[in-house]
Structure formats: C-alpha cells, structure tokens
Design a protein around this ligand. Structure first.
Ligand SMILES: Cc1cc2nc3c(=O)[nH]c(=O)nc-3n(C[C@H](O)[C@H](O)[C@H](O)COP(=O)(O)OP(=O)(O)OC[C@H]3O[C@@H](n4cnc5c(N)ncnc54)[C@H](O)[C@@H]3O)c2cc1C
Length: 490
C-alpha cells in the first residue's frame, strides 16, 4: 500500500511531537520550518561562554516526553535524562520574607506555616482539592478533542453537572484563593499560576487553580542538559523514524478545493499531502498562509495572552541566595495585571522571574559565574516596543532586584541578550508576541480555543500552544497526541 504523506508546518514542540506520532503510525512526514533550527519558542542562545534556554524553563509531566520517545520501532540515538527538583521555587517579597517550595507538599506546608502563619492544613487541603480536580477533569479537558468536552457537557443531565459546578467555575482564581487562605503572601503564590497560560488570576476561572497540582503534587523537573535538550531529544527521535525536515522554508499559502487542502505553497515549491498539520500560532496562520480560509471568531478578535520581556544576562559571579527558579513578587499584584491587560503598559513594580539553569547544568556558565534569564510579563503587542520601553523595563527590574535581593545587577552583568514581543513574533511567528495564543481570562476560554481538527477541511489539523488544550510544553504534547489519534481514525 502507498505510504500516506503528511506535511507539518512548524517545528515547535507541538509540530515535532506530531511528526513522531505520525511517523510511528507509518506516515511519510515532512516538516517545513521557517527557522534554521527546530524548537520554535524553545530555543537556546550561546554567548561568551554562557548558554541560555530562551523560552520555557519549567518542566512538568516529563512522562509525556518519555512516552513520546518510546513510540515506534526505531530507538533514537540520543538519550534524554532529567531529574526532579528538590526545591521547586524560591519566592521573595518586598518585606524580606523568603519562601522555599520543597518538593514534598508536607514540607512546603510546614515552610508556609513557619513563614506566614497560614495553617499547614490549609495548604494540604488546597493541594488535595487541586489533585482531585486534576484527576477528575484532565482526561476530558486535556487529553481529548474539544468536541468531546462540548458534547460531554451538552449530554449531561443537570444532576450530572452538579459535581462540575461544585468547583464554582464562575469564581475567579483569586477569589477562590482568597477564600482558601488568610495570608496575602500565600494567595499571591497560588494566584501566580494564572501566568502559566498568560492570563490574569483576577479574571481566569477558579478551574485553573488545578495548575498548581502539577508542580506541588507531581513535581517540577529539569533536564540534565537544559530545556533545549527536550527539543533535541524529540527532533532526533523524529529523524530516527524517518521524518524529513526542510529548514529555512516559509509556508506562504494553503490552497483548498472543496473540503480539502490540496497544496502547501512555499517560496520554492508547491507540495501536496494527504494530511496537513499546522503548528503555527493560529492567529498568525489565518493572517498568513491560511488567509483565504474562513477565520474563526476567536481568531478574528483574539483576546491574547501576555507577552514578555526577557533579559539574558551573563553574570560575573554566583549568587547563593538564589535557586534555579526565583520569583520576586510585585508589591501590588492586582495593579500589575491591570497594567498588562487593561492599561497595556509596563508595570512600575513588576514581578520578576529569575531562572538560572547553571545552578544545575554547570556547563551553562563559566566557572564561578551564572546565566540569568530575567523575565517580566508585559502586554501582548509590538507597537509600543522600542528602546525606551526596553530601557524602562530593565530599570524597573534593576530596582526590584536591588530592593528585594540587595544586589546591584548593573555592576554584575558581563553580557546581555534581549527578547521582546517583537522578537518573539519575528522568531516564532506568534501574533503580537503572545506567549500562549489567546488568554484564559474567561470561563468560556477553554471552549473557544481553536480545535485540533478543521471543521471544514477534512485533512487539516492544528497542534501547538495556540490551540486546544492550550499553551505550555505538556499541553502542546497533549495536542500532538490528540492530532495523532484524530489522524489515525481517518
Ligand atoms: C518566554 C517564554 C517562556 C515560556 N515558559 C514556559 C515554561 O516555563 N513552561 C512551559 O511549559 N511553557 C512555557 N512557554 C510556552 C511554550 O514555550 C510554548 O507553549 C510552546 O513551546 C509552543 O510550542 P508550539 O508547538 O506551539 O510551537 P512554537 O514554539 O510556537 O513554534 C511554531 C513554529 O512554527 C514556525 N513557523 C511559523 N510560521 C511559519 C511559516 N509560515 N512557515 C514555516 N514555519 C513557520 C516557527 O518558526 C516556529 O518554529 C514559554 C514560552 C515563552 C516564549
């Protein structure tokens, strides 16, 4: 029988994972990628002896990667190793409080009680609820096509919907956290999970409070060779299964006839395939190669997730007071989210995230030095981004670090690279530099996300962080698994 052909547009994590799944199903797979290297938002840069992962830094649900690497009959020539972090994160507050997050929930609860007076039992109850919610809804909401969720909700009798409504999804994350805890510092820790899909805790549904389950109950992990080794492992697995990659290749157009995509047009070629999978940000896809296809409402007027400014600093010394993942909290969290989603401005007192992979991967910085990835959340959009905007962001970060850590970073930086919403849009094709496609600032967001299979073209599929079930490495891998299953059923 003739081998079926698949074209995948984009070698982000979703595109790479889909390529492995389809090759394992026996498809002849060609991945077209506009960049020179695979990874999309998961890139790395090297400068003056420092290596920086440029995008994702937090790694949860590692089995989704190892399950993928175990597919097919051909082993990859690369081994992928990772370890569980003993300390998940270190939180710093303006008043000098420092809270560590040890891997065991009981130890975390004890730390919280000592540092904030919040009873340990409140933390453990909350994490149990997050676990229960995840176990009862993840399969339907994360690992199944969106249409299954919609029909499952539609087909339920009011009585059967009761347990779902017990969660009170109309409450915001913040409201629920306020009800659950007395300490404002603890509320802030759990509110922060809204940023894991670029949303605001003051708007997103309390359903999303289950995100904390992943880090606290399942654990946070880190690859032995850094985040980019996830990309390398999946890329090599794809190569071992015979997937072909064409880099430096921009897809300009999709041609359709009746209910099929008949041609994929690049600068040099007109290609055809039995199935086409887009790993492009959908907001860009419909404004680019698919501009002749009908644009869904959620794409026409997208409510975008946040973007970021990231400074990659090679630091001339190491800082024992910092861990791998560090959060320097804003003194006014509500105001910060208002700046991002309402005022569309930089916050004067941003929450600063400092990620230092060289704490684990010693080769990521010269001896005695550290590689700092310093990020703040900013509004999506490219119009306002100029040198003044970047300088203002850097200044705000300097002030925050100085106030909280008593370090003057200005004197410690050996080299600097910068990412903004403009460079993120240019380098990864994400509309307005939004990190996760559309945000989840409404109870309906999950239902409005773009589906993984086209409703009109029966050989067109969508994977990656801008479609169902959402952004972030685990959800992109879940989207690839859904696409794989849908195509297997064709
Ligand atoms: C700064 C930052 C921090 C993040 N932190 C985390 C984190 O800690 N943990 C986590 O899990 N997630 C995190 N994320 C989110 C995560 O990186 C993304 O959800 C995920 O990598 C997106 O993968 P994707 O499959 O959607 O593809 P993308 O990474 O968006 O890649 C799409 C690919 O398509 C290519 N492409 C676009 N247009 C075309 C075209 N016309 N022709 C050919 N190719 C094209 C692009 O070049 C790109 O390679 C972060 C993201 C960023 C940017």
């Amino acid at each position: 029988m003739k081998q079926k052909k698949c074209i995948i547009i984009g070698a982000g994590i979703g595109g790479l994972a889909t390529s492995v799944r389809l090759a394992a199903l026996g498809y002849e797979v060609l991945v077209l990628e506009k960049n020179r290297l695979p990874g999309g938002k998961m890139q790395q840069i090297e400068r003056d002896g420092f290596r920086f992962d440029t995008g994702p830094s937090l790694f949860t649900l590692p089995h989704l990667v190892t399950d993928l690497l175990a597919l097919g009959s051909t082993p990859s020539d690369l081994t992928f190793k990772f370890n569980k972090l003993k300390n998940v994160c270190r939180y710093f507050y303006d008043d000098g409080t420092i809270i560590n997050v040890p891997e065991k929930p009981e130890d975390f609860a004890r730390e919280i009680e000592i540092k904030t007076g919040e009873p340990a039992a409140n933390i453990l109850n909350y994490l149990k609820t997050a676990n229960d919610r995840y176990q009862s809804s993840a399969d339907l909401f994360i690992f199944n096509p969106l249409k299954n969720i919609i029909s499952s909700v539609r087909n339920k009798k009011p009585k059967e919907l009761k347990p779902m409504l017990k969660v009170k999804p109309l409450r915001t994350m913040h409201k629920e956290n306020q009800i659950s805890f007395r300490s404002p510092q603890v509320i802030q820790i759990f509110d922060r999970y809204a940023t894991y899909n670029g949303s605001s805790p003051y708007k997103a549904s309390s359903m999303l409070n289950m995100i904390s389950h992943l880090e606290h109950n399942e654990g946070a992990f880190f690859p032995e060779k850094g985040m980019y080794s996830i990309v390398e492992a999946i890329f090599h697995k794809a190569l071992s299964l015979g997937v072909k990659f064409q880099f430096d290749t921009v897809v300009n157009n999709l041609i359709s006839e009746k209910n099929r995509i008949t041609k994929v047009i690049t600068g040099n070629d007109e290609l055809n395939a039995d199935v086409v999978v887009s790993d492009m940000d959908v907001n860009m896809l419909y404004r680019g190669p698919a501009k002749k296809l009908k644009m869904p409402g959620s794409v026409k007027k997208p409510d975008l997730s946040s973007s970021a400014i990231i400074f990659y600093w090679g630091m001339k010394q190491s800082f024992p007071q910092l861990d791998v993942h560090n959060i320097l909290f804003s003194g006014d969290y509500q105001r910060e989210f208002q700046s991002i989603f309402k005022d569309h401005q930089l916050s004067n007192d941003p929450t600063v995230y400092i990620f230092i992979s060289s704490k684990i991967v010693k080769a990521d910085a010269p001896e005695g030095k550290e590689n700092w990835f310093v990020m703040i959340n900013v509004p999506p959009g490219t119009e306002k981004v100029n040198q003044k905007w970047i300088d203002q962001a850097r200044e705000n970060i300097f002030k925050k670090i100085h106030r909280t850590l008593k370090i003057n970073p200005r004197e410690k930086i050996l080299c600097e690279e910068i990412a903004t919403s403009k460079t993120i849009e240019r380098n990864t094709g994400s509309w307005k530099g939004a990190l996760y496609g559309n945000n989840s600032n409404s109870i309906w967001s999950a239902f409005l996300r773009h589906q993984n299979k086209s409703g009109k073209y029966n050989n067109l599929f969508f994977t990656g962080g801008s479609v169902h079930p959402g952004g972030g490495i685990p959800l992109c891998l879940a989207s690839a698994a859904i696409v794989g299953k849908e195509i297997e059923q064709l």
